[in-house]
Design a protein around this ligand. Structure first.
Ligand code: PMP
Length: 441
């Protein structure tokens, strides 16, 4: 395989224009490549499993827009649905049928979700779910886990994952300390810590929010019994359990994380009260949702006193894209995603081992990531104890060989139904050289 040169003149020229008008030249921090160095690639098109950059180079895409592109880029059924919806108008500011159909599809797939409200981003979904939980319980404290990212909601930025982890920030400037004081941050996979926090402040806690299976510190699945423990403890203290499935929803299985292996038994110990969704359900357009128990959702305006609204909520084009995408999310699709993840994780493990690079590959459904360290990673401290320079070397070798990975060691990798054997083989062929580069870092 021909390696691309490290420089990318057309992307660099675009970056310089972008830097003049936008902080860091990007509209979302991790895109800037700060953690890995080099020029962020400005993409001009995507087809199936491939992205093409401004310099005309093609990459196998293992980011998939950070999750939404589960069918690959430009899937014909979604393109048709979007074109048909757009032909009828872009936004009405009234209720419309597509949003009902998308709501029905979510309710049908995720058994405990009795009602949903559509919003435009995952951040909006978690922000609204937290407000609703506070309104329902009349309490204000929220418990979250270090390394989990729930969007850039003020009260949820403390020790957050994703870009906050990439840049090693403890939290964000601009969040009032009063707001931060409303958040308790605990280590993931540590039920004793959860028990202790609730024993101390249980009567003040409105909700515990967790990523159903975290993907924002790299992939760190809950240990067996952990989620059940969260359900037991929150219920005992009258706090709501919010499962953030923005990343895992409709990605890990047709029903999301809880549908992965156990099906309905996924809720054996009781279902979360509220869920948040995004990414896949918007098919690459801005659509997200929160939903759950009907008695809790009934507190939302215009029925109840908790206010929440959006000019573009339930947008007819975005909901058409989401609906068309979910309609393609069949058992066959998840079987293919699993095969692709099997092939790639096996290749990573084999070649990193052969090159003597300390590593562990972790997986949740078809989501996976590599930590450049030995031993299982169960929480954020363990995720941070990896050799980030090895990741950066690996990343750049893969990039130069035409494979686009997340430009951070603290992110999940994503595959799509469009990743055929040709695309998978291109990735597998690139891994040995990248493993050697990581070994030298
Ligand atoms: N929750 C989780 C679990 C996420 O992964 C993300 C985004 N990566 C969000 C919330 C925020 O979603 P958005 O970027 O659409 O605001």
């Amino acid at each position: 395989m021909t390696a691309y040169p490290f420089d990318a003149p057309a992307s660099q020229a675009l970056l310089e224009r972008a830097l003049a008008v936008t902080p860091g030249g990007v509209n979302s921090p991790v895109r800037a490549f700060r953690a890995v160095g080099g020029t962020p690639r400005f993409m001009v098109s995507g087809h199936g499993p491939y992205l093409t950059d401004a310099d005309g180079r093609e990459y196998v895409d293992l980011v998939c827009s950070w999750g939404p592109m589960i069918l690959g880029h430009g899937h014909p059924a979604v393109q048709q649905a979007v074109a048909a919806a757009a032909a009828k108008g872009f936004s009405f500011g009234t209720p419309s049928e597509n949003e009902v159909a998308l709501g029905e599809e979510i309710v049908r797939r995720v058994a405990p979700v009795e009602q949903v409200r559509l919003v435009s981003s995952g951040t909006e979904a978690t922000m609204s779910a937290i407000r609703l939980a506070r309104g329902y319980t009349g309490r204000s404290i929220v418990v979250k886990f270090a390394g989990c990212y729930h969007g850039h909601v003020d009260s949820l930025l403390a020790q957050a994952g994703s870009g906050v982890a990439t840049f090693a920030l403890p939290d964000s400037a601009g969040v009032p300390k009063e707001m931060a004081a409303e958040t308790i941050v605990l280590p993931f996979n540590d039920l004793d810590a959860v028990e202790a926090a609730f024993a101390e402040r249980g009567s003040e806690i409105a909700a515990l929010i967790t990523e159903a299976s975290p993907g924002n510190m790299g992939v760190v699945p809950p240990a067996p019994g952990f989620t059940e423990g969260l359900r037991r403890i929150t219920a005992a203290h009258g706090a709501l359990l919010i499962s953030d499935e923005v990343m895992t929803g409709f990605r890990c299985s047709e029903a999301g994380w809880f549908g992965l292996e156990a099906g309905e038994q996924g809720y054996a110990a009781g279902a979360p009260d509220l869920f948040t969704f995004g990414k896949v359900m918007g098919g690459g357009f801005p659509a997200a949702a929160f939903g759950g128990r009907a008695d809790v959702m009934a507190l939302l305006a215009p029925v109840g006193p908790v206010y929440q609204a959006g000019t573009l909520s339930g947008n007819p084009v975005a909901t058409a894209a989401g609906l068309a995408t979910l309609q393609q999310c069949t058992p066959d699709l998840y079987a293919r995603l699993g095969e692709v993840a099997d092939a790639l994780t096996a290749g990573l493990d084999e070649h990193l081992s052969a090159a003597g690079v300390p590593h562990v590959v972790q997986r949740a459904g078809s989501m996976f990531s590599v930590f450049f360290r030995d031993g299982q990673v169960r929480d954020y401290d363990e995720a941070r104890a990896q050799h980030v320079p090895a990741f950066a070397a690996f990343f750049h070798s893969m990039l130069s060989q035409g494979v686009y990975l997340p430009p951070s060691a603290f992110e999940s990798w994503f595959v799509s139904g469009a990743h055929d054997d040709v695309a998978v083989d291109r990735v597998l062929a690139a891994i040995p050289a990248a493993a050697s580069a990581a070994a030298e870092a």
